[in-house]
Design a protein around this ligand. Structure first.
Ligand SMILES: [Fe+2]
Ligand SMILES: [Fe+2]
Length: 132
């Protein structure tokens, strides 16, 4: 499976939020390592941890955006709500997968979910952050 790495283009320029995003990538990278070792139960625990960490990150991020007066906060909060609904579906798929190939397919969903929907979606407030 493709190794997931932090890329400079993921940076939004807010240290605490970037650190959160890095931590999410690290957890997902551990899922990859554990899946490769065949410890699927541990992989499922890590997916739980990942989704829990995403939830906490959203609370943190919304507090930061509120503090800096980000004008489109409501829209971003709604985006987070939709993401958590999608996370629940991915978790169900992961927990019900029994074949290794199914687990790996759900893992690939998680990669695009984390990179595109969570990290890259935050670039919408990157330029706002740079002007505060
Ligand atoms: Fe974020
Ligand atoms: Fe976000």
């Amino acid at each position: 499976m493709a190794k997931l790495k932090w890329l400079p283009s993921f940076e939004i320029g807010h240290k605490a939020l970037d650190d959160d995003h890095k931590e999410l990538i690290e957890i997902l990278d551990q899922v990859d390592t554990v899946l490769a070792s065949g410890d699927n139960e541990r992989a499922k625990d890590l997916v739980e941890l990942l989704i829990d960490s995403v939830r906490k990150h959203f609370v943190h991020e919304e507090a930061v955006l509120a503090e800096i007066g980000y004008p489109r906060l409501r829209g971003h909060e709604n985006h987070h709500i939709r993401i958590l609904e999608r996370a629940d579906k991915i978790r169900e798929n992961f927990n019900s997968a029994s074949e290794q190939a199914d687990l790996e397919r759900v893992y690939e969903d998680l990669v695009s979910f984390l990179v595109a929907d969570i990290i890259e979606a935050d670039t919408e407030f990157k330029s706002y952050l740079q002007h505060t």
